[in-house]
Ligand binder design. Structure first.
Ligand SMILES: [Fe+2]
Length: 386
C-alpha cells in the first residue's frame, strides 16, 4: 500500500444543451453586470456555438467581449493579446470554448490577466513555473468542443513561442472552476479529428493507470475512461450524429483528463511529443503510434496494472492488449505508417529527441525503466511500423 493524493475537481455540468447554462453558471459566481472574456476557437464561427454561448452569457446579464485571434497552436503573443483585452474590458471571468488549444489559451489568460498592465508580464514569464502565477485569478469556465486532450480537467497548458518552441505551463491556477460538457458541441467534429482526439483520451487513461505513479484511487477515473472510450470511439467516428456515443466519448476524455491530472502519462506521450517536435503530426495520432510501438514491451513487466487496464477494455488478459489497441486504432481509420511524413528523420535523431529534458518526465514516469537502447528500439519501431 502506498500513499496517494487525488486533486480537486472543477465542477462539471454535463448533458445535451448544457452550453446554455454558461451564463447562469458564470453569473452565479460574479453577479449580474460583470464583464466576461469569451475565448472562442475561430474555427467554430460557422457552427453557431459561439453565438449560443454569447447569447447565454448576455441573457444572464453579463457583458461579453470575444477573443478569437488565434490558430491551432495558440501562441504566447495570442495569450498576451487576450490578457490585454481582458484587462481593458475589466473582465472578471474567462469563458473558453473550443478544442484543447482554445482551452489551454483561455486557462492561461484567466491565470495571468490579473497582473496590472503596467507590470508588462507576458504569459512566457510563467513558463515551467519560472515564477508563481498571480495569487488572484479570473473565474475560469471551459466548454470543450473536442473529446480528447482532457484540458478541461487539468492544471497544464501548452502554448507556442515566437521561435515555434512549445512552452509548458502548469499550476493550480490553471485548473478551471467550471466545466460544461455538452455533447452537442462535438457533433460537427469530422471523423478524422474525432478519431485522433478520441484516441488521445484512451492513451491518457491507459498511461495514467499503468505508469509508475498509478494508484488504485485514481483508477476509478482511468478505468471508467478506458471503458467509455473503447465502447464509444467507433460509433463517435463512424456515426458522427450519434449523440450517445459523442456523450460517452466526451465523458471519457474528461475522466481521462482527471486521471492524468493525478498521475500523468508515460512513454507513449514521450514518443508523441518527440515526434511532434520534429514534424507536424497530430498529437493524438502520434501518441497512439507511440503506444503501438511500446505496449508489448511494457506488458512483459506487468505487475497487474496492464491486466486491470485490459479488463477495463473488456479483454481477459494483458497479452490481448497490444492487438486490441492496434485493431481499434486501425479500425477508426488512423494511419499507422509515418514513412511519408518522416522521410529524412533517422531513428537516432528521434531517440535523441525522446531523451531531451522536456520529454524526461514522461520517460521517467513509465513503470518499466527505459534505457538508452530501448529509446532507439522504440524510435526504429515507430518510424517503420506500417
Ligand atoms: Fe495527450
Amino acid at each position: 500500500m502506498s500513499r496517494y493524493q487525488l486533486s480537486h475537481l472543477p465542477r462539471i455540468t454535463g448533458g445535451p444543451g448544457a452550453r446554455e447554462l454558461a451564463g447562469e453558471l458564470t453569473a452565479a459566481r460574479l453577479g449580474k453586470g460583470a464583464q466576461v472574456l469569451l475565448v472562442a476557437d475561430p474555427g467554430l464561427k460557422a457552427t453557431g456555438l459561439i453565438d449560443d454561448v454569447e447569447a447565454s452569457l448576455r441573457k444572464a446579464g453579463l457583458g461579453v467581449s470575444v477573443f478569437s485571434e488565434f490558430g491551432g497552436d495558440p501562441t504566447i503573443a495570442s495569450a498576451d493579446a487576450a490578457a490585454a483585452q481582458a484587462r481593458r474590458t475589466k473582465a472578471k471571468a474567462v469563458v473558453s470554448l473550443g478544442g484543447g488549444s482554445a482551452l489551454d489559451l483561455g486557462k492561461v489568460v484567466a491565470a495571468v490577466a490579473t497582473t496590472a498592465a503596467t507590470a508588462r508580464r507576458s504569459a512566457e514569464d510563467y513558463e515551467l513555473c519560472k515564477r508563481p502565477f498571480p495569487r488572484k485569478r479570473l473565474v475560469s469556465l471551459v466548454i470543450p468542443t473536442t473529446s480528447g486532450t482532457g484540458s478541461e480537467c487539468t492544471r497544464t497548458a501548452i502554448l507556442t513561442r515566437s521561435d515555434k518552441a512549445k512552452v509548458w505551463l502548469w499550476g493550480e491556477e490553471l485548473k478551471p472552476d467550471e466545466v460544461i460538457l455538452d455533447p452537442e458541441t462535438t457533433l460537427s467534429l469530422p471523423p478524422v479529428l474525432t478519431a485522433w482526439t478520441g484516441i488521445d483520451a484512451l492513451v491518457h487513461a491507459l498511461e495514467a493507470t499503468t505508469n509508475g505513479n498509478a494508484t488504485p484511487a485514481n483508477n476509478v477515473y482511468a478505468h471508467e475512461a478506458i471503458r467509455l472510450a473503447v465502447s464509444n470511439l467507433p460509433d463517435a467516428v463512424g456515426k458522427g450524429s450519434d449523440l450517445a456515443a459523442r456523450e460517452g466519448l466526451q465523458r471519457a476524455a474528461a475522466l481521462a483528463g482527471i486521471a492524468i491530472d493525478n498521475c500523468g502519462t508515460a512513454v507513449a506521450h514521450n514518443i508523441g511529443h518527440a515526434l511532434g517536435s520534429l514534424r507536424p503530426v497530430q498529437h493524438g495520432r502520434s501518441v497512439a503510434l507511440g503506444m503501438i510501438a511500446t505496449l508489448d514491451w511494457n506488458i512483459e513487466d506487468d505487475d497487474g496494472r496492464f491486466a486491470a487496464a485490459a479488463r477495463a477494455m473488456g479483454l481477459t488478459s494483458s497479452a490481448d492488449l497490444p492487438a486490441a489497441f492496434e485493431t481499434l486504432v486501425r479500425g477508426i481509420g488512423i494511419k499507422v505508417s509515418l514513412a511519408d511524413e518522416f522521410a529524412g528523420i533517422t531513428a537516432t535523431r528521434l531517440a535523441e529527441q525522446m531523451a531531451r529534458p522536456e520529454n524526461a518526465a514522461m520517460r521517467a514516469s513509465n513503470r518499466r525503466t527505459i534505457e538508452e537502447a530501448d529509446l532507439l528500439r522504440f524510435a526504429e519501431r515507430v518510424l517503420t511500423q506500417a
